[in-house]
Design a protein around this ligand. Structure first.
Ligand code: RNT
Ligand code: ZN
Length: 421
């Protein structure tokens, strides 16, 4: 995109926003302070680098699409991530799952993983100014094949997964300390069933006990723990042990973070509306930005109403300090690097749109009880030139503005991804 044109459009946009009392330079500066946690698993369809013989479906996740080019090892994944990061403006985090450790030469069962398996990731992240987040992987493993992990009726299965999550928390502390930024450790488990169990309470009682054991050791400030609920999954249509109510109650009682995945609620339920209700009672919220389509929850994020509502609410509630914004989707059917960038830029555009709203005027109208002006102003704000501010922001961050990055993603797929067989 032509730099002179970007500047010209920006100056005109800046004036238009100033008329509404909005400072576009301030909005850009605020956006530059918001880290996004990019999910590593878009790069290889949640495959990971271990070899346990488990299949992804042993845990209720499914990736569709068979496009050539998924990362086959750590080096390829890092290369792809570097490409993606180069097309996304601003500061970043990388969100790793336990199955993405470096197990070359030192294979480990899930309950044996250790900081050493992630030293390479930490070094790589440090060199690039990235921070790391982490997830226990309680799926895609023979021990999860019957759909239960931490709430499993069999004590030895529970032991295995409890030990896995404990090990993952230790890895998180290592990452947080090494990179001098608290590592978010998020826990999602697939536990649930296709049909309704007779004794739901027993499953939830066991999960609660398992969590108590997992969190029994206070690991300090280098780690933050969050719990992610789900409404239903493949094979857990009738019952999910870790439902929203279960984790919310647990998190309030034990002061853990709650992870709200946009694809894990009833389609008409507003995740944005939950923020102001939950934040007063929780140490923080994690957002898994995803896009639900009918029964499936993991489509590439686009700038739709749910993202706009959520980003607006995060800004409006002054919730940034207590929010952790992460991406969570996987599409194996399109350019995988392009999928990362599409979602990340969509979220950033949503945040920018929120930062550019004429907040003072809207608050004044509300305080005056003027619902009409509040409504009309919000409507007009939708046609303001936010795109011109976005382009200027990209240029300032030295990443391609406008549509220029698309050609780069296409070229990368052609030159690098498509030749992987
Ligand atoms: C699954 C959850 C979970 C996973 C990742 C891979 O429904 O959304 O967050 O997508 O941990
Ligand atoms: Zn999620």
């Amino acid at each position: 995109m032509n730099s002179a044109r970007i500047q010209k459009s920006y100056l005109s946009a800046r004036e238009a926003y100033a008329e509404l009392g909005v400072d576009t330079d301030k909005a850009m500066a605020a956006l530059a302070e918001i880290p996004l946690s990019l999910h590593c698993w878009q790069g290889d369809d949640v495959g990971g680098f271990e070899n346990t013989g488990g299949s992804l479906q042993d845990g209720g996740l499914q990736v569709t699409g068979n496009r050539p080019g998924k990362a086959r090892d750590i080096d390829e994944l890092r290369l792809d991530l570097e490409k993606a990061f180069s097309l996304i403006p601003g500061p970043h985090r990388l969100n790793l799952h336990a199955i993405y450790g470096d197990f070359r030469g030192r294979p480990a069962e899930r309950d044996e993983i250790a900081p050493d398996h992630f030293r390479g990731w930490v070094d790589w992240a440090r060199e690039r100014g990235l921070k790391l987040d982490f997830n226990a992987t309680c799926f895609a493993h023979p021990m999860a094949a019957d759909g239960f992990t931490l709430s499993h009726p069999d004590k030895s299965v529970r032991r295995f997964w409890i030990d896995h999550v404990k090990a993952c928390r230790r890895v998180s502390v290592f990452m947080g300390r090494e990179l001098k930024s608290p590592c978010l450790h998020n826990l999602w488990i697939p536990d649930g069933s296709k049909e309704t169990p007779v004794d739901r309470a027993a499953y939830r009682g066991r999960l609660s006990e398992a969590l108590d054991e997992i969190f029994a050791v206070d690991l300090g400030t280098a780690i933050r723990d969050s719990l992610e609920s789900k409404l239903f999954g493949i094979g857990s249509e009738s019952f999910v042990v870790g439902s929203h109510e279960f984790y919310l109650a647990y998190a309030v009682a034990k002061q853990k973070l709650v992870c709200l995945d946009l694809g894990h609620f009833h389609p008409t339920e507003s995740v944005a509306d939950k923020i102001s209700a939950l934040l007063p009672f929780l140490p923080g919220l994690v957002f898994h930005l995803s896009r639900g389509v009918r029964w499936d929850s993991d489509h590439v994020v686009v700038l739709d109403d749910s993202i706009l509502a959520l980003t607006e609410e995060i800004i409006r509630c002054r919730a940034l300090d207590k929010s952790h914004v992460a991406l969570d989707y996987f599409d194996g059917g399109i350019n995988r690097v392009g999928a990362w960038v599409t979602g990340a830029r969509a979220v950033q555009k949503g945040l920018l749109a929120a930062l550019l709203l004429p907040e003072d005027k809207l608050r004044q109208a509300e305080a005056a009880g003027d619902a009409f002006q509040r409504l009309a102003l919000r409507e007009e704000a939708k046609a303001m030139p936010a795109g011109a501010v976005w382009d200027a922001y990209c240029e300032k961050a030295a990443v391609p503005a406008g549509t220029d990055w698309i050609a780069e993603a296409v070229g990368y797929e052609k030159d690098v991804l498509a030749v992987r067989r």
